[in-house]
Design a protein around this ligand. Structure first.
Ligand code: HEM
Length: 468
């Protein structure tokens, strides 16, 4: 039963909640359909759990920016919480442990070069390896799927462990596979059934694969942390893991939430969040650029002009590349990489757009409702970089651009992701032309649903650009 003055929504059935109103394969269309019937703030029951779906910039900002802390919790009784043992940073509830770990990640990433030349160097080093993969594929069709996951995984690995892995190394192959599978299982049909029906939680059903994958990843990370413990010099950190271990030693001196046990899930969180998001955005980026060759060419003209005489792009160059900036932002807008953000929950009884929401209500951000919102974009429903250009051809960012969400829980890797997207796309487009193979048929932009949206595997042909 809906609490008093709770947002409206479709009638919920006992035990089943609203599961029959949603496609368990991909509920995104249903979220849009329900918005048309019930408005920008409506409610659903995920089994016994009341949830509110937020749509459109106005409601979204009121919740996660204006009433920030009221909406900054994370639900704790879902599939994903059991899989990640309620540790780490992404899914941890609003409170001291989350705050300390978030602050630590932001500070340590800055100390290890974010916003500085050293992070650009790491990204460029990794791009060199991708370029070799592409050079070997000239004239043949290749699939970009694993390639972009490898790049993104290695960049965040450099920050976390000070290491990159050859693309055929066991560690990177297993982690990328496990991350990709977890991303799909976690928002997939079995997770939805797990969240709705408590009695199936101990049964041997397909969702157990996510638990197995997390165990595999945990064991790999425990070995890795143990190796680093053998060689570290306290007080002289080489990377994120060393910094954290220094912090754990300080715990003896003052109360803190830092522990070695936390560390494993924490680095898994950062590694996962840093891999599956950027790589899927890049995959969409190149899919669009191959199918809109005039846009690809216009990017290349701007890149050639701005980088003339320079060996490589720097992140600062973005200020002289309004078109490239517009294209990258348009890729992010249309890719809608994290379609339901990460579920929030209310930390106390609160209100939203005149409705009353009790403490503990699950909050689902329908990101598409903002990224495609009519009235916010010149061309809400098409891939068109003009969405980010004004009449003078200057780059502008409308307030509805929020693929990283907003407020206290907003993505803490935004700075890194933006640097990666810019340097990778500019460097690859400067050297190569990306071509949709003639025999590949019509492109399919329909995403595979999960925590992240992924394009279906597609072929790509590369040619060296004659001017380079
Ligand atoms: C294109 C790339 C990326 C996109 C679109 C993206 C998007 C998001 C979104 C929508 C959230 C949820 C925010 C909320 O709950 O309100 C999030 C959270 C998060 N992201 Fe990202 N992300 C990206 C890249 C990264 C990278 C590279 C890292 C690496 C460090 C990262 C780390 C995190 C973490 C740790 C959180 C949880 C923050 C918290 O709960 O306090 N993300 N991201």
């Amino acid at each position: 039963k809906r609490p008093k003055n709770f947002p409206p929504g479709p009638p919920a059935l006992p035990i089943l909640g609203n599961i029959l109103h949603l496609s368990i394969q991909n509920p995104l269309e249903d979220f849009e359909r329900l918005r048309k019937s019930y408005g920008n703030v409506y409610s659903l029951f995920i089994g016994p759990h009341p949830a509110v779906v937020i749509n459109g910039v106005k409601a979204m900002k009121e919740a996660i920016v204006t009433k920030a802390t009221d909406f900054a919790g994370r639900p704790q009784d879902l599939f994903i919480n059991d899989v990640t043992h309620r540790k780490g940073v992404i899914l941890v509830d609003y409170g001291a442990s989350w705050r300390e770990h978030r602050r630590f990640a932001l500070m340590t990433m800055r100390n290890f070069g974010l916003g500085k030349k050293s992070m650009e160097d790491r990204i460029h080093d990794e791009i060199q390896h991708t370029m070799k993969t592409l050079e070997r594929s000239i004239g043949k069709a290749l699939t970009s799927q694993v390639m972009f996951h490898n790049v993104a995984s290695n960049i965040i690995s450099q920050v976390l462990f000070g290491t990159r892995y050859e693309y055929d190394n066991e560690f990177i192959r297993v982690t990328v596979r496990c991350f990709t599978e977890i991303s799909k299982i976690t928002n997939g049909p079995w997770a939805m059934l797990y969240d709705s029906f408590h009695f199936i939680r101990n049964l041997p059903l397909p969702f157990n694969k996510a638990f197995r994958n997390v165990e595999i990843l945990k064991n790999l990370l425990i070995c890795l942390v143990n190796e680093h413990k053998q060689t570290r010099v306290p007080g002289e950190p080489r990377h994120f893991v060393d910094c954290y271990l220094d912090e754990v030693e300080k715990v003896c001196e003052h109360a803190s939430s830092f522990s070695e046990d936390q560390l494993i899930m924490y680095i898994m969180d950062l590694h996962f969040a840093g891999t599956d998001t950027t790589s899927n955005t890049l995959q969409y980026g190149f899919l669009y650029l191959m199918n809109y060759p005039h846009i690809q060419e216009r990017c290349q003209q701007e890149i050639d002009r701005v980088l003339e005489g320079k060996d490589r792009a720097s992140f600062e160059d973005r200020h002289h590349m309004p078109y490239m900036q517009a294209v990258i932002h348009e890729v992010q807008r249309t890719a809608n990489t994290v379609p339901l953000s990460v579920y929030h929950c209310t930390t106390k009884d609160t209100e939203l757009m005149g409705y009353s929401l009790p403490k503990g209500t699950i909050i689902i951000q329908n990101m598409r409702s903002v990224l495609n919102e009519e009235g916010q974009w010149k061309y809400p429903h098409e891939f068109n970089p003009e969405n980010f250009l004004n009449d003078q051809g200057e780059f502008v960012k409308p307030e509805a651009f929020m693929p990283f969400s907003a407020g206290p829980r907003m993505c803490l890797g935004e700075g890194l992701a933006r640097m990666e997207l810019f340097l990778i796309m500019v460097t690859l487009l400067r050297k190569f032309k990306f071509i949709w193979p003639e025999d590949a048929g019509e492109p399919d932009f329909t995403p595979v649903y999960g925590i992240t949206l992924t394009p279906r595997p597609y072929p790509m042909k590369v040619q060296l650009r004659s001017s380079q």
